[in-house]
Design a protein around this ligand. Structure first.
Ligand code: PMP
Length: 399
């Protein structure tokens, strides 16, 4: 009874009179600068060549299986992760390490451990601005949080004076979350001298350094250089833990790769902390995921693959640095009002562009260039195909 299945009356050439397109189809470009995930030169996710090779070896040569890991996680992975992030301070007898569900899980487990077993003041200090999830994860574990000043929106750089004032005026023994390298979202890190000064203040005030290390290798292309702040604090005996994410530097976001490392005062307290971490992880996830951890073990146990991984990271950091320069060159060429040099000075995956929320909305609505209203731009979202378009769009929303 319905006409649904009836064939339409035959027409010779239904679309013959559709007008030809006169406009430049570049208008339809979509550029996504919003996510925190690296993109290659063609705008696609990048499987690091080192990890692609490791995956072949793991599955073909090493007879991979899907068994459970133990409660603390894969020992080989934990050793590799600890060496990467702590370097000379990676003393197995003094560091209690737990494999976690990504860096998020590491922050969570660190927050939980401290909440249950430390007697430090009940407010955790977190940079303003910070990764969107920090406050929530700490609050979820029972902490109060407060921001410390970090960024100067006028100079678009680190506000070191305000930062040190806030570190000084917090109650002694406070917990501070510090981004170890490649600060998210500002791209502004302390210099070596500033880290020294901060370490001094942490010592004087007996503060606890809760390092969040999510971008190791993205700034300099070298694990060693990007862990300098962590090594410095560890060498000075400052109380600390590290929430380490390997999502970005191994390019395995969805495999949920991370670790928590807690520096302990003695071999005995290391054992006690490990036991508690086992209990806590058992209650929450039983054990961490295996595939990514096994891949890291394969890469780190093979000299050539390990070198290749650092080569991949040099490629990433070089590409990001050149995109920063290329964007600023284009803005300068267009005569876009304002000084854009901060985009070159900032480092790591993000540029804190300084665009207003209205300008960001215009980029989204009028140009389909996706940026959050904070103006944070993921620099690897840029490539040779979209740079001109993005620069012209920024110019348009600024003038
Ligand atoms: N900390 C910071 C500073 C981050 O930027 C991120 C990821 N955006 C994380 C932690 C969480 O990392 P993961 O995806 O490994 O959970």
């Amino acid at each position: 009874s319905s006409t649904f299945h009836q064939k339409p009356a035959k027409q010779d050439d239904e679309f013959a009179s559709v007008p030809a397109v006169e406009i430049d189809l570049a208008d339809a470009y979509q550029v996504n600068l919003a996510p925190g995930t690296y993109r290659d030169e063609t705008g696609r996710p990048w499987i690091l060549p080192s990890f692609r090779l490791a995956a072949e070896r793991l599955i073909v040569d090493k007879g991979y299986n899907h068994e459970y890991l133990s409660l603390l996680g894969s020992p080989n992975f934990l050793r590799a992760a600890r060496d990467l992030v702590l370097g000379s301070a990676a003393d197995e007898r003094r560091v209690a390490s737990l494999q976690t569900v990504g860096g998020t899980g590491a922050v969570h487990m660190g927050a939980l451990l401290l909440k249950l077993f430390s007697s430090r003041p009940s407010t955790v200090y977190i940079s303003d601005p910070t990764w969107v999830n920090h406050h929530d994860v700490f609050i979820h574990a029972g902490w109060k949080t407060q921001s410390y000043r970090y960024y100067n929106p006028v100079s678009r750089s680190l506000d070191f004076d305000s930062l040190t004032q806030d570190v000084r005026s917090a109650p002694a023994k406070s917990i501070f979350v510090l981004h170890a390298v490649g600060h998210n979202p500002t791209g502004c890190d302390p210099s070596s001298e500033q880290w020294q000064a901060l370490a001094q203040l942490f010592e004087e005030n007996d503060h606890f350094a809760f390092f969040d290390c999510a971008y190791q290798g993205f700034v300099s292309g070298s694990f060693e250089q990007d862990r300098r702040a962590i090594e410095l604090f560890a060498s000075r005996g400052i109380s600390m833990c590290i929430a380490q994410s390997l999502s970005k530097n191994a390019g395995m976001y969805g495999e949920r790769l991370g670790a928590l490392h807690v520096l302990c005062g003695s071999a005995k307290s290391t054992q006690l902390v490990k036991q508690q971490l086992k209990v806590l992880t058992r209650r929450e996830i039983s054990c961490a995921p295996k595939y990514g951890a096994d891949l890291v073990s394969v890469v780190c146990s093979d000299h050539d693959l390990r070198d290749m991984w650092e080569k991949d990271l040099r490629h990433i950091s070089f590409r990001i640095t050149s995109m920063r320069q290329a964007l600023v060159d284009r803005l300068n060429k267009l005569g876009t009002p304002g000084d854009w040099s901060h985009i070159i000075r900032q480092q790591g995956m993000f540029a804190y562009s300084g665009l207003t929320p209205e300008q960001c909305n215009a980029l989204v609505d009028d140009f389909h260039i996706y940026v959050p209203r904070t103006g944070r731009m993921m620099m690897a979202g840029l490539n040779d195909q979209n740079l001109d378009y993005v620069a012209e769009a920024i110019h348009h929303v600024v003038v």
